[in-house]
Each structure stands twice: as structure tokens, then as C-alpha cells.
Design a binder for this molecule. Structure first.
Ligand SMILES: [Cu+2]
Length: 367
């Protein structure tokens, strides 16, 4: 580890001890030959990584499914935006450049912002909105841990609901629970809903009475979602994030799920079930053991959310596919489907902390 990169002493005492790291007290660390070295293992464990990112907001055309496109103000030109996967206590710096014609911000939903409230991203309350062509740098500590997310806080009724201004922000805990330590695969599912009459009208829409007719997981509707691929014995964590305006009732076939986390926090008494209601802004982490080889639906049980416009078998729907099960029956809706990995950031999450863009979610730039 390059200590210079990960270790920044804000206050060095006359004896060389570092008493403040990233605004927190971590005990003794000493300066040796110009490098800061921790004097105790505990201090090394507590080192916070510094994670810098530069992100544009861009007018971007995405395709929800088939021919249904949408004009979005996409973070890094993709919906969902880039995955931030960081450790609890990391120092996060994000410089945001607004390349669109409307003002925006980023609210880091779930972050406590202790001592950094002006980084909370609320226009007119914590900052002036980032005007077209302007930039703003957010700087804060990643706490608490868990499944968090980020979104614009300007005209949320339009920018969040209809313009794809959201992405996952996952904070890895210093002290994971016994259950989450058993997880072998994890997936991020951001749920949202769209009213196609506003698709090509940026700056408008997201008003009471809107009639949502498209419903997506990570910006895509079935059949353009991807299967969740598991093998027998996997312990699977689904990080469900309510990124839209409606409540989604996520139901899984063939497995007992443990609803283990709410808004990032471990539940004292996890709940067993097969259906979990995810409201706007909420997160639930559902953990299940892949103990029943087969092919299983996972879908929104608000039945009209499984439609694409007026056509059924769409919307918030996917399957759990076991590696052990062949997928060549002629009647299988996804027979011969070209599989696109990392649709749920499952590959990025295997790599550990970092900040990940994803070509899977890239749209087309709108000039
Ligand atoms: Cu915005």
C-alpha cells in the first residue's frame, strides 16, 4: 500500500505523532523519512482510502426496452450512474461537471455528512444548484456503511423519476455481520418507473397524475434485463434500491429470502419471506441461498409493473438461472439470449472498492 496515497495526516504533533487522520482521531502514527507510518496495526486498519472521481452530467438518450427511448441527464452518460464501492470511513471527493442546459446537484442518499453538511446536495438548502457549464466538488466521509445511492436533488419529480439521475453508492462495513460474510455473489437492482409521454421533453414532466407505463431494473425492462446467474451453494445478496416514484413489490420464486438490511442497516431480527416492498428512496438487502436448481422468476408483484406500455411480459422482471440447468427449451423466453455480464454490477463488486463506470449502461450523447 502506498501510504502517501491512503494516509493523510492533518495534524502532526511535535513528537511526530499524527493525531488526526481525515478529521478523525486514530491514535499514533509517526513520520519516518518523510513518509507517514502507522505505529500500531489498529491504526493501519483504520486507514481511510482517498477516492477521487470526476463525473459529468450529460444529455443522454437511453433505451429502456425495444424502441422506447428516453432523454436523460445521465451521470457519466449512463443510467444507472457509475457504481461507487467504497470502504466505511473513506474520504470521497467527486468533482461534478454539468454539461446539460439545466441546473443539477448530487445528493448522497444515506451519507451522514457529519461536519460536511454543505456536501449534501440540496439546492437552496445546502448549496446553490450547479448551473449549466459549472462544476462543483463534493467532499465527505463514507459513513455509515451499507447499500446507499446518489441522485440529483433539483426538481426530483422530473430529474430522478424521469431523467435517470441516480446510481448506487455501496459502503463496505468495517465490521460485517456474520450473515453477510457468507455471501458469494451480490447484485445491485435499482427500480424505477417512467411515463413515456415525457420521453422526449427534457425539462418537463414528473407531475401528479402522470401515468407510468414503463418499469425498469437498472434502466432496462424485461426482456432487455439480464438473468441473475447462480450455481448451487451460492449465497446471493440482492441490493434493492427504490430509485423511482412508485412502490415495487419484489417477489422471488423457489427460495426463502432473508430481508437482512433496511437502508443499509442490519436488521436486529432479519425477516424471512418471499416478497419485499421497496418504496421510493428505500433500500432492502435480501440474502438467499441458491439451494434449488432450476429457473425461477423474480419480478414486481404490482402486476401492472410487468408491462411495457400495453404489452405484458415486460417491466420489472428477470430470472434466476442456475448454471446446472440447461436453457435450450424452445419455449424459454430467453432461449438463445446473448448474456451481458455486469448488468447488476456483479463483476465490479467482485473487484472490491473502486469507482466503476459500466458500458452496459451507456446511452447515446445528445448534442
Ligand atoms: Cu438534476
Amino acid at each position: 500500500m502506498n501510504l502517501n496515497m491512503h494516509f493523510k495526516c492533518l495534524f502532526i504533533q511535535s513528537d511526530g505523532a499524527c493525531m488526526k487522520l481525515w478529521g478523525r482521531d486514530f491514535g499514533k502514527a509517526v513520520v519516518v523519512g518523510g513518509l507517514l507510518l502507522a505505529s500500531a496495526l489498529a491504526a493501519v486498519d483504520a486507514l481511510a482510502a482517498k477516492r477521487d472521481f470526476e463525473m459529468n452530467i450529460e444529455d443522454t438518450r437511453i433505451t429502456l426496452v425495444e424502441k422506447q427511448q428516453f432523454h436523460t441527464f445521465a451521470y457519466a452518460g449512463q443510467v444507472p450512474g457509475p457504481l461507487f464501492y467504497v470502504d466505511e470511513g473513506d474520504e470521497i471527493t467527486v468533482n461534478v461537471n454539468n454539461m446539460t442546459a439545466l441546473p443539477h446537484t448530487i445528493h448522497w442518499h444515506g451519507m451522514l455528512q457529519r461536519g460536511t453538511w454543505k456536501n449534501d446536495g440540496v439546492p437552496g438548502v445546502t448549496q446553490d444548484a450547479i448551473k449549466p457549464g459549472d462544476s462543483f466538488t463534493y467532499k465527505f466521509i463514507a459513513e455509515p456503511s451499507g447499500t446507499m445511492w446518489y441522485h440529483c436533488h433539483v426538481n426530483v419529480n422530473e430529474h430522478v423519476t424521469l431523467r435517470g439521475m441516480w446510481g448506487p453508492f455501496i459502503v463496505r462495513p468495517k465490521k460485517p455481520t456474520a450473515l453477510e460474510k457468507t455471501v458469494t455473489k451480490e447484485y445491485v437492482l435499482m427500480l424505477s418507473d417512467w411515463d413515456s409521454k415525457w420521453a422526449a421533453k427534457p425539462g418537463f414532466g414528473g407531475v401528479p397524475g402522470d401515468n407510468y407505463d414503463y418499469f425498469t431494473i437498472n434502466g432496462k425492462s424485461y426482456p432487455d434485463t439480464q438473468p441473475i446467474r447462480v450455481k448451487k451453494g451460492d449465497v446471493v445478496r440482492l441490493r434493492l434500491i427504490g430509485a423511482g416514484d412508485l412502490v415495487h413489490s419484489i417477489h422471488m420464486h423457489g427460495h426463502v429470502s432473508i430481508i437482512a438490511f433496511k437502508d443499509g442497516f442490519p436488521l436486529v431480527n432479519p425477516i424471512r419471506g418471499d416478497t419485499v416492498l421497496v418504496g421510493p428512496g428505500e433500500r432492502y438487502d435480501v440474502i438467499f441461498t441458491a439451494d434449488n436448481p432450476g429457473r425461477w422468476m423474480i419480478h414486481d408483484h404490482v402486476d401492472t409493473h410487468t408491462m411495457n406500455g400495453d404489452r405484458p411480459m415486460g417491466g420489472i422482471m428477470t430470472t434466476i438461472e442456475y448454471d446446472e440447468i440447461r436453457n435450450d427449451e424452445n419455449w424459454y423466453e430467453w432461449k438463445g439470449k446473448k448474456f451481458t455480464p455486469n448488468f447488476y454490477y456483479e463483476e465490479s463488486l467482485k473487484k472490491g472498492p473502486g469507482i466503476y463506470t459500466n458500458d452496459v449502461f451507456k446511452g447515446q450523447a445528445i448534442q
